[in-house]
Ligand binder design. Structure first.
Ligand code: AOF
Ligand code: ZN
Length: 347
């Protein structure tokens, strides 16, 4: 393996220490190498706290070595005064002359400016080492900043005979297709994303809570598409226990109250675009869409999704609502007891 790859690999590994704490900032790691030895390491732990490069530089005991060292970082060093001062200034000030970067920062205030500052100061800059891996690590952050919409994960469960739900269930509770282990995994997934979105029919038929009650993690923001004011007042999603956004039409908009906000879309413009714009406005970097068929198909038909996680349970319905069909790249397949989980990417 190329030495640059080895050190960037280490940056990516360090970056993951910020998982779950550094949001909405990306996970970033940095190492400082002198004479083929790592003399300093750091990562970005929390938004508002020092960036990876600052921590790596501070960790070097003999600061006089810095001027002959190389700094590796998994994201372009920043050039702006955000919650912290620019990392590219610090690198220049410390006299570090070689900088190896995995990828450009997609954040508009930085994007290329950090690299330009370093080059202008006479640094030798290499960009693009393990770029794909670095994008993958921060797939939500990159999608949010480059596509101006959240990273979209579609999730559904289908029966052996290809149905997502039975026809006309009268009861206001879900019919479980998958086993309890798969269902717990979904709660873990919910804790990993910033928002969870469903359509009104899922709320009407299943009365879901859309929380992470089977997992120890934060609840995502609930987003309900209810253009025609169909969801009953007593729905669990209206219990005000966690932040909820109801996307509706002007005529069905209600007064906002504790934890429930109404957002309006119109009939004239594209529905998916309007939903994405609202989520972007709330700085939601990722959303898991859990149904139902109509909502998932709306995103699938417009090809606006990034990842699909599809369970196949052991049950058959004989008839029912057909599972969505996607045209994506199968990236993994595994068993969860008697369920099969397939993951697809839309790239
Ligand atoms: C870096 N190194 O470790 C990270 C960077 O509000 P601030 O000051 O924390 O800046 C946040 C932005 O800085 C964030 O959106 C992203 O563009 C960049 N993150 N940059 O040089 C780091 N985490
Ligand atoms: Zn920075």
């Amino acid at each position: 393996m190329d030495t640059h790859n080895i050190y960037i690999q280490r940056c990516l590994q360090l970056a993951k220490n910020g998982s779950g704490t550094c949001y909405p900032n990306p996970m970033v790691g940095s190492v400082i190498v002198y004479n083929n030895k790592i003399i300093g390491e750091g990562w970005h732990y929390k938004a508002g706290k020092p960036h990876a490069e600052v921590n790596a530089i501070q960790s070097v005991k003999n600061q006089s070595l810095l001027k002959d060292a190389t700094i590796y970082v998994s994201l372009e060093p920043c050039s702006h005064y955000g919650k912290t001062p620019p990392c590219s200034d610090l690198i220049i000030e410390k006299g570090i002359k070689k900088v190896v970067i995995a990828t450009i920062d997609p954040f508009a205030k930085v994007s290329g400016r950090g690299i330009q500052k370093l080059i202008n100061a006479g640094c030798d800059v290499v960009v693009g080492v393990l770029e794909t891996e670095s994008h993958e690590l921060n797939k939500r952050f990159f999608t949010f900043h480059t596509k101006k919409r959240p990273y979209i994960i579609l999730k559904w469960a289908k029966t052996k005979d290809g149905f997502i739900a039975p026809l006309n269930t009268q009861k206001r509770e879900p019919v479980w297709i998958t086993n309890k282990y798969s269902r717990q995994l979904v709660h873990k997934w919910r804790a990993e994303e910033q928002a969870i979105l469903v359509g009104n029919q899922t709320v009407v038929k299943d009365n879901p809570t859309l929380t992470t009650r089977d997992w120890n993690g934060p609840h995502p923001i609930r987003v309900i598409i209810d253009r025609f004011g169909k969801i009953p007042k007593a729905s669990n999603v209206l219990d005000q226990t966690t932040q909820t956004i109801i996307i509706t039409s002007e005529e069905f908009k209600k007064e906002n109250n504790k934890n429930i906000i109404y957002e309006v879309i119109d009939q004239k413009n594209n529905e998916v675009d309007q939903i994405c714009d609202i989520l972007y406005r709330y700085n939601i970097q990722s959303v898991i869409i859990e149904g139902g068929a109509v909502t998932i198909n709306t995103f699938v038909n417009q090809k606006i999704w990034d990842e699909a996680r599809v369970f196949e349970g052991n049950l058959s319905f004989g008839m029912g609502i057909k599972s969505p069909v996607i045209n994506g790249r199968l990236v993994s397949e595994r068993k969860i007891m008697n369920d099969t989980l397939k993951t697809y990417r839309n790239d």
